[in-house]
Design a binder for this molecule. Structure first.
Ligand SMILES: [Zn+2]
Length: 522
């Protein structure tokens, strides 16, 4: 099955069917109703955002037999600009009767010709194919001839930035004195590559990248039309992966529908498209949260054996970790992420965030991004992930620290602001575990302090020198607080690498994995 079948089959035929780009649709509908059609339009924006679709609907509307009726009505009663049902609803206007006043009507002879791709009044030029030299020459020669059956002859120049300098110059002469019956529509993903002389003669519309919810909405419409039941999570996964492009989204949906099931699950969708849903990624992150490198590696091996692509895995993993980072940073950002995710997925993410400090999530993102760059460097692509994973998990994530404790002892730890805001954010998710001081551990560490310093020495000589001036002040079951008189000592300890050296030394000497922090002596 051609993966663009659905995209072509369900290409919107009316303004009302367009998802997203409300600003463009509204302005074009108004100018049609008020007979203020421009001679040249520039439609600029990312691929798959609907430029060509809207250009074709505009061409069809300009030639629709129903247009003059609407324009007449509009001149009789300025207030009753007829709009599509969708637009009417959006601006709170009474809806127009079923299709009767819509433009394009999709039932007049001109509309039917357009829909069948037979209209002689729409000339489509693909500037990418041969830089448009011959086409622009033809255009120059034929532009004076009027339309064959409609009111306008429309020239749609796709990928307009690909025109050569000569083609632009030739075209500019036409644009300077356009015949009354001609409409030029330039569509481009790279408007900055068009000459300013061309741009200034067009009415410009900037298309936005379609949002994931907009794409999801569009996919729902298409799957309903195809009579396919598909899990909402599957549509969400596709919408997210399509990265703003309706063409890509509908292409992927087509691939999934091609498996021939009437009921399509998220699992099937992942498998057919080789994608990773949040549901899948959170399993892996669960192993990270549990510091379970063996579990994580086993999961990875199974996934790779199943035929999944490591590059795609790292991409999805980093998207997930980015969301975790934002959730951990502020309640506002957390709310934004919450709206993007299924409720169940968000709940699990929020509970996973509790097990990580923001700096640790950041180190995971940069570690796995590095791994993505090194996929070709290792004999097996998954080795890049394995090496990164083992490296990263040797950094212990900092557990949530009780906010009272933070205030009482004015603990200053590295990236303290991040940790505290995380603390505040998380407090409505579930209560953090209060950490009570543990004098036995403190005694143990104080008695072994000289030994710990000795252990640090071979790793970092100057760091061991700093430690001589520091004292273990307080310990809990999972943390250790040192005091110092000097802020530059404290700063040295905020370095993750230094922290890790000391934490490892503590672990080696007293057998406890404690998270280190440092406060200034009052
Ligand atoms: Zn019509």
């Amino acid at each position: 099955m051609d993966h663009l079948v659905l995209y072509r089959k369900y290409r919107p035929q009316t303004f009302a069917e367009i998802v997203g780009q409300e600003h463009v649709v509204k302005t074009l509908q108004n100018s049609l109703a008020q007979n203020k059609i421009a001679h040249a339009y520039l439609l600029a924006g990312p691929r798959g955002s609907g430029k060509t679709t809207i250009a074709r609907i505009l061409s069809k509307s300009a030639n629709c037999a129903n247009l003059s009726r609407i324009q007449e009505m509009n001149s009789v009663d300025k207030l009753s600009v007829r709009r599509s049902p969708r637009l009417a609803e959006a601006i709170g206007e009474a809806q127009v009767g079923e299709g009767e006043q819509d433009v394009p009507c999709n039932s007049c002879a001109n509309c039917l010709e357009f829909n069948a791709g037979r209209s002689l009044d729409l000339i489509e030029i693909d500037a990418a194919s041969n830089r448009g030299i011959d086409e622009i020459k033809n255009l120059r020669e034929n532009v004076r001839f009027g339309p064959s059956s409609g009111r306008y002859k429309v020239y749609l120049i796709d990928e307009a930035h690909m025109l050569t300098k000569e083609a632009f110059n030739a075209f500019l002469k036409t644009l300077e004195e356009p015949p009354a019956h001609a409409i030029f529509i330039l569509a481009t993903t790279e408007a900055h590559r068009l000459p300013a002389t061309i741009i200034s003669r067009t009415q410009r519309f900037d298309f936005k990248r379609l949002s994931a919810p907009e794409l999801e909405h569009r996919l729902k419409i298409v799957s309903n039309k195809e009579n396919i039941q598909i899990e909402p999570e599957a549509l969400r996964l596709i919408a997210h992966e399509a990265d703003g492009s309706a063409r890509d989204a509908e292409g992927m949906l087509g691939q999934v529908i091609a498996i021939g099931e009437n009921k399509i699950t998220l699992d099937q969708t992942e498998e057919v498209l080789g994608l990773f849903s949040n549901r899948k990624i959170k399993e892996f992150v669960g192993f990270l949260a549990a510091q379970d490198s063996v579990g994580a590696l086993t999961w990875l091996h199974k996934t790779v054996e199943h035929g999944y692509d490591v590059n795609q895995f790292l991409k999805s993993l980093n998207h997930y970790l980015r969301k975790m980072m934002l959730v951990s940073l502020s309640p506002d950002l957390a709310l934004k992420i919450k709206n993007e995710l299924a409720e169940e997925d968000y709940k699990i993410m929020a509970s996973q965030v509790q097990k990580f400090s923001t700096p640790f999530v950041v180190s995971l993102i940069s570690g796995f991004s590095e791994a993505k760059k090194k996929l070709d460097y290792y004999p097996l692509p998954q080795m890049a992930v394995e090496v990164a994973l083992i490296n990263l998990l040797s950094y212990r994530p900092t557990p949530t620290i009780d906010s009272n404790l933070v205030e009482d002892s004015a603990i200053k730890i590295s990236n303290d602001k991040l940790l505290i805001s995380k603390q505040i954010q998380n407090s409505n998710v579930s209560k953090p575990v209060a950490i009570s001081p543990d004098s036995n551990t403190l005694d143990l560490i104080q008695s072994k302090w000289a030994e710990i310093i000795k252990e640090v020495q071979p790793h970092n000589h100057s760091l061991s020198g700093f430690l001589l001036g520091m004292k273990p002040k307080e310990a809990t079951a999972s943390s250790l607080i040192l005091t110092t008189k000097y802020s530059f000592h404290r700063d040295r300890l905020s370095d993750l690498k230094n922290k890790k050296i000391i934490e490892d030394a503590v672990h080696k000497v007293v057998g406890l994995r404690l998270v280190l922090s440092c406060v200034l002596e009052k």
